[in-house]
Design a protein around this ligand. Structure first.
Ligand SMILES: Nc1nc2c(ncn2[C@@H]2O[C@H](COP(=O)(O)OP(=O)(O)OP(=O)(O)O)[C@@H](O)[C@H]2O)c(=O)[nH]1
Ligand SMILES: [Mg+2]
Length: 196
């Protein structure tokens, strides 16, 4: 078996307050910070993935560029998004407008339709009742079909599916290098998480 080493850049986008930073932090260092300030720019998170395919294994370093949805950071945003091979687009299940805006977030990044692999996240499912969730999920499913993207429902509060979107995009990107992925293992933070 040959070992392939790769680095991937993944951009996280979505309206302000949908939970991008909370998801990234929780997925990688397992800390739920309920008091995060809106970040005026970009937060970086790193993790590693080991995956095996039929013939080769891959060791991949993922850098997650979590770009604030708060400001129109204009050309700065373009620069941050450039070169991303993956995109995690996040909406808030309790705010329908954040779901409707997903399309414009995605089209902003997708200069070339075949270039970027996409994962969709419907976060904060703890805040909505089942029938409300079903309605909003059907809108997200429309985007999932349109962009051939996997869709995850998540809750940072109830710790539901928090790592899955990151593993999902990792799996998709790694499979481009080594074909169908058999096993994929651990998201590890680059540095040890500090206990507070
Ligand atoms: N109820 C609930 N609250 C959540 C969830 N995920 C995040 N939050 C809260 O939502 C708020 C906004 O979260 P952030 O992670 O800062 O959102 P963001 O998408 O990074 O926002 P910007 O940086 O402004 O673009 C915080 O108070 C989080 O604690 C969730 O699954 N459920
Ligand atoms: Mg943020």
């Amino acid at each position: 078996m040959k070992e392939q080493k790769y680095m991937f850049k993944v951009a996280m986008v979505g309206d302000s307050g949908v939970g991008k930073r909370t998801l990234a932090k929780l997925a990688t260092i397992n800390v739920l910070d309920d008091n995060v300030l809106n970040d005026y720019g970009v937060v970086f998170t790193y993790y590693y993935v080991h995956a095996s395919g039929e013939t080769d294994v891959i060791s991949a370093h993922f850098s997650i560029w979590d770009i604030t949805g708060l400001l129109d950071v204009g050309s700065l945003r373009n620069r941050y998004e450039r070169g991303a091979s993956g995109l995690i687009a996040v909406a808030d299940a309790s705010r329908r407008s954040t779901v409707e805006n997903i399309d414009s977030w995605i089209s902003h990044v997708k200069d070339n339709p075949d270039d970027v692999d996409i994962v969709l996240v419907l976060n904060k499912i703890d805040l909505v009742a089942k029938d409300e969730l079903d309605t909003i999920e059907s809108v997200m499913k429309g985007y999932a079909d349109k962009y051939d993207a996997e869709l995850f429902q998540t809750s940072c509060v109830d710790k539901i599916n928090v790592r899955e979107p990151f593993l999902g995009i990792s799996k998709k990107l790694c499979s481009k290098v080594i074909g169908e992925i058999g096993t994929i293992t651990t998201i590890k933070p680059k540095v040890g998480a500090k206990k507070s």
